[in-house]
Design a binder for this molecule. Sequence first.
Ligand code: GTB
Length: 217
Amino acid sequence: MTPTITAFESSPDRGRGLARDMRVRWALEEVRQPYDVRLLSFKEMKEPAHLSLHPFGQIPTYEEGDLALFESGAIIFHIAQRHAGLLPEDANARARAITWMFAALSTVEPPIVDRSMAVLFDRDKPWHKERLPILEDRVRVRLGELSNRLGGADWLDDAFSAGDLLMVTVLRRLDGSGIVEKYPNLSAYVARGEARPAYQRAFDDQLAVFTGKPPTG
Ligand code: GTB
């Protein structure tokens, strides 16, 4: 059964792949699962039809037969459980990859989101100039720790996994800030993720929503 996901009809990032449907698209491309996309306006996201799928009126959601999911992490975990390619077979390696999924979402993503919310929505606040460096320091602390752990490895735990997929999309949220570039191994790690053919197919598909042009590949 072909799953359907939801995404922004008009993404504020203008097709840079920063919204969280990108990670779901990427996961589906990694496992070669075709999918449909239902695009939503900001108004539609807060209407009863969508709220019945997503209690917080957000994207992405995932529908497959009578299963409806929200929360990008849960959706990716579901995809990774159903298909080979995103989580290792070995039980311990699988547990470690799942640990990295949680680390990406609950330890690394929050300070990055706090920073990007401040940049997007709080620029006019009187405390913005003082607060932004504090938020950026918190991001740097996490990135420094992550950089130390990654060292010279290609991926966080041996082979590419759903943990890397989430971590790369989380780090991409700093796109344009110049912060990731201060950690050359993290920059190279993000570039390795972005170079994966599945990532590129997912990126082209979300960009096509913005440009109106069909993906080329
Ligand atoms: N924890 C949830 C998950 O992981 O699925 C968070 C979902 C979420 O925040 N969804 C956002 C949303 O629907 C879109 S991704 N927001 C609308 C709302 O809350 O009303 C966040 C996002 C949006 C835009 C950009 N951008 O333009 O750069 C980047 C990230």
